[in-house]
Design a binder for this molecule. Structure first.
Ligand code: ADQ
Length: 414
């Protein structure tokens, strides 16, 4: 893999994930108790043997930077690195105008590494992918650009993703960025082929295209809006389907989720708790690394009135349950739930303290939240409504699907 360089785009703001993105970029939003969103793409690269990785940051990048430093630093191995690149205005006095500009402003780092191919991948998605298989496809087809794709119901794709059409050889024959009425796959009514936002470019082609794009005053400097629509008519853009990707030790078909909204984020957590989950965290042949803080195991205690009971849930290190009942929920590091409390279908991100006899249902609770004895969330719509100020996007919110989100640092019921 010495001819391959990875550039991971990690500057996304993630406005639809507010208030979880109030103080952190979307790629550093915690996921599944112990992870952050960026871990999934980094694990894909590292498990594929690609350990020359630049992570391009911009929006509120401090927690992402700390996560990379604590969990992903590589030192002392020649030609192996996972290095964040902060936005530095290298080409002028502008922040990154779009995803293509984010790479253009850092072309010097590509030139220094002289790779044959550059993987430009997003960092906001939950999936597993053996990138060697996509590289093989890219090389066999002598492609200038290969775009990773997956099929999904057209109604879910509308307005959200780039829509692709291919010929019988896998060559891209049309591309439309986020149309409201996506074209369907021929012969598969109701389904469309969407871009996953992951690209492999021949290195020289990428540099040339970005230099051209930078000179175009009409461009928005974005891969989906500008670079791909300009490149595919030239004919050497191929499409790699995630459904052809095989992960060692797994039998499920391809799972890929964009957790760009609160409901999608909550649903992806509930997916993990299914009996035979489509996306498993437990494959030893595809280990999922992250930063693991020095914490004791989770402990479950009992009181005079209650045992701690846990069902269909994941409880991270450092949690302490004192006679609490946890059902179909995921608790991140260092959460505490007191006597008689019941938590169901909820996600606690970490460092959450919940008092006695609380009822928490269909909630997402961010870090450092403290909830007083006897408080309920997600049970009484009128009580929940009192917490929500529609003019305050960084306060508690209620999603379309009815998930209540409590932002970082709140104290409820005191
Ligand atoms: P979007 O979902 O709109 O579309 P975009 O906001 O462009 O994705 O973000 C792509 C990646 O780049 C994300 O990982 C994000 O964090 C990062 N990013 C965004 N702005 C950035 C910036 N200024 N600097 C650095 N990083 C930045 C894209 C494609 C679609 C495709 C979807 C798949 O354009 O065609 O379907 O991804 O999710």
């Amino acid at each position: 893999m010495s001819g391959v360089l990875a550039m991971v785009l990690a500057g996304g703001e993630g406005t639809r994930l507010m208030p979880l993105t109030k103080s952190r970029s979307k790629p550093s939003v915690p996921f599944a108790g112990s992870y952050r969103l960026i871990d999934f793409v980094l694990n894909n690269f590292v498990n594929s043997g690609i350990i020359r990785i630049y992570v391009i940051t911009q929006y509120k990048s401090q927690s992402l930077y700390m996560h990379l430093k604590n969990g992903w630093s590589v030192s002392g191995i020649p030609n192996c690195f996972i290095d964040p690149i902060p936005a530095q205005m290298r080409t002028g006095k502008d922040w990154y105008k779009g995803t293509a500009d984010a790479i253009y402003q850092n072309l010097t780092f590509i030139e220094e590494q002289f790779p044959d191919d550059v993987c430009v991948f997003g960092s906001d998605h939950i999936y597993k992918m053996d990138i060697r298989q996509m590289l093989h496809f890219h090389t066999v087809n002598k492609a200038d650009l290969t775009v990773a794709a997956i099929r999904m119901p057209s109604e879910d794709a509308a307005g959200r993703f780039g829509i692709i059409e291919v010929d019988e050889n896998g060559r891209m024959i049309s591309f439309e960025e986020k149309p409201n009425h996506p074209k369907e796959i021929p012969g598969e009514p109701g389904f469309s082929l969407i871009s996953m936002g992951n690209y492999i470019f021949k290195s020289k082609v990428l540099c040339d295209e970005l230099q051209d794009d930078a000179l175009n005053p009409k461009s928005s400097h974005d891969f989906g809006k500008d670079i791909i629509p300009k490149m595919f008519p030239k004919g050497k853009v191929f499409v790699y389907s995630l459904s052809n990707n095989k992960i060692s030790g797994e039998t499920h078909s391809a799972y890929w989720r964009d957790v760009g909204s609160i409901d999608a984020y909550w649903n992806a957590h509930m997916d993990l708790l299914a009996d035979n989950p489509e996306f498993s965290l437990f494959n030893l042949k595809w280990p999922l690394h992250t930063f693991y803080p020095p914490l004791p195991p989770a402990s479950f205690n009992e009181t005079a009135n209650n045992h701690s009971l846990v069902a269909k849930s994941m409880i991270s290190a450092g949690c302490y349950l004192k006679g609490a009942n946890i059902v179909q929920s995921i608790l991140g590091f260092r959460c505490f739930a007191d006597d008689g409390t019941r938590i169901s279908q909820s996600v606690l991100i970490g460092d959450v303290t919940i008092g006695k006899n609380c009822r928490i249902h269909r909630a997402i609770i961010d870090r450092d939240v403290t909830i007083a004895d006897g408080f309920s969330l997600g049970i009484d719509p009128k009580a929940d409504a009192k917490l929500i100020d529609p003019n305050n996007k960084s306060g508690p919110t209620l999603s379309h699907g009815g998930i209540i989100v409590i932002p970082k640092g709140m104290r409820l019921g005191f």
